[in-house]
Design a protein around this ligand. Structure first.
Ligand SMILES: Cc1ncc(COP(=O)(O)O)c(C=O)c1O
Length: 377
């Protein structure tokens, strides 16, 4: 199987990630923060090391501002539901995933908040001027999908964050498709939601919410934290305020290794994935009867390319590729707004990772060419 579905979750994982997960399962007996014995303390040290690595990567001032989550959806929900108030207005890009839109639209439909979807320019980029023009006195939050999980286009997040800050509006960055490959600290976002299991190369069931200065979401879950146990009230201090119950210690141990791996290899990995992505894009653009949705080739992008074979439903093409041993994803990718903007009812998405090769890309191109040819004859 040639795995080209890294935007859903990266595969394979680095050997050190797998070793770390296994190491915790085999060697650590204890629940961090719940006891003072050696196993619990060893687990606690893993949590702390992972917080420190994530804080350094995200550019947040203190490790306790890194919150362990289940995935990126969980981190986004925590940030959105934990900070909004009735009467607020929220600005979002056209590229948002349902992990952002569903919590927002639930509140919007209940009449609690107003959500405004901002249009991009003709190339697919949201301009700071559009954001500036959309701000009202009620605007309380901007949520920005750093890179679309459909087109791969990276938005000018740093400029948009600066624009929001001119008005005192915090920006929540959905870094689902950029965590691991892009410099997130450079964006200056107020909150960053990231999955641990995609570009950061950690295990599924891991995610992070990194909180900038002044950001203190209300907890969505309350319960035991192993701290201030004499109180019947949820602790107000981070990270315990937002982390109730037992952690996914094996997953977090793996994520720590993923953070180290991507920290060491970031520049090389990003450059390598970019080269593979351009090879794929150029190749697809040479095949008659294939449309891609990547926009101009000079745009900043992640290793995601979506396309359709004309006359075939994206699900049919994805199924045919899967039958030929190439794992890709068809459909709407939980991002209906950007498909509406593209005018598509679905697409085939190929997403590359650091373990893919030129041979993998060429195998996909040959298969697509073959499928497109048989469609035309
Ligand atoms: C842009 C974007 N946001 C959020 C998510 C949700 O991430 P997770 O699967 O970790 O919950 C995804 C997942 O693909 C995504 O692509």
């Amino acid at each position: 199987m040639i795995y080209l579905d890294n935007a859903a979750t990266s595969f394979p994982k680095p050997p050190e990630v797998i070793r770390a997960v296994k190491g915790v399962m085999e060697k650590i007996g204890g629940n961090p923060g719940r006891a003072g014995h050696a196993g619990a303390l060893a687990g606690g040290r893993i949590l702390e090391a992972c917080r420190e690595a994530a804080a350094a990567y995200a550019g947040v001032s203190a490790p306790e501002r890194v919150i362990f989550c289940l995935n990126c959806t969980d981190a986004l929900n925590m940030a959105i539901r934990g900070t909004l108030h009735a009467g607020d207005e929220v600005l979002v890009s056209h590229a948002e995933h349902n992990a952002v839109m569903r919590p927002l639209m639930g509140y919007h439909d209940a009449g609690k908040i107003n959500v405004r979807i901002l249009p991009p320019d003709e190339r697919g980029l949201l301009s700071p001027a559009t954001v500036r023009a959309a701000v009202t006195p009620q605007t309380a939050l901007m949520v920005l999908c750093h890179a679309s999980n459909v087109t791969g286009i990276i938005q000018p997040a740093r400029e948009i964050t600066r624009t929001c800050h001119e008005f005192g509006i915090p920006l929540l960055l959905d870094a689902a498709q950029t965590a691991g490959t892009e410099d997130l600290a450079a964006v200056g976002a107020d909150m960053i939601a990231m999955p641990g299991h995609k570009g950061l190369m950690g295990p599924m069931g891991t995610g992070l919410l990194c909180l900038g200065e002044g950001m203190l979401p209300r907890p969505l879950r309350e319960g035991g934290t192993g701290s201030a146990s004499d109180s019947l009230r949820q602790p107000s201090l981070l990270p315990d305020r937002l982390e109730s119950g037992t952690h996914n210690l094996p997953g977090i141990a793996g994520l720590l290794q993923g953070l180290k791996f991507t920290g060491w290899h970031r520049a090389a990995m990003t450059e390598y994935e970019q080269a593979l992505t351009l090879r794929l894009l150029r190749g697809l653009r040479r095949i008659p009867g294939v449309d891609d949705y990547s926009g101009p080739s000079d745009l900043p992008r992640t290793a995601v390319v979506s396309f359709n074979v004309r006359g075939l439903d994206s699900g049919e093409t994805a199924d045919e590729l899967n039958r030929r041993g190439i794992a890709v994803r068809g459909g709407l990718h939980c991002a209906p707004s950007i498909h509406a903007w593209l005018g598509t009812s679905g697409a085939v998405r190929a997403s590359l990772g650091p373990y893919n090769t030129e041979q993998d890309v060429d195998a996909l191109l040959n298969a697509v060419e073959d499928i497109s040819k048989s469609r035309r004859t």
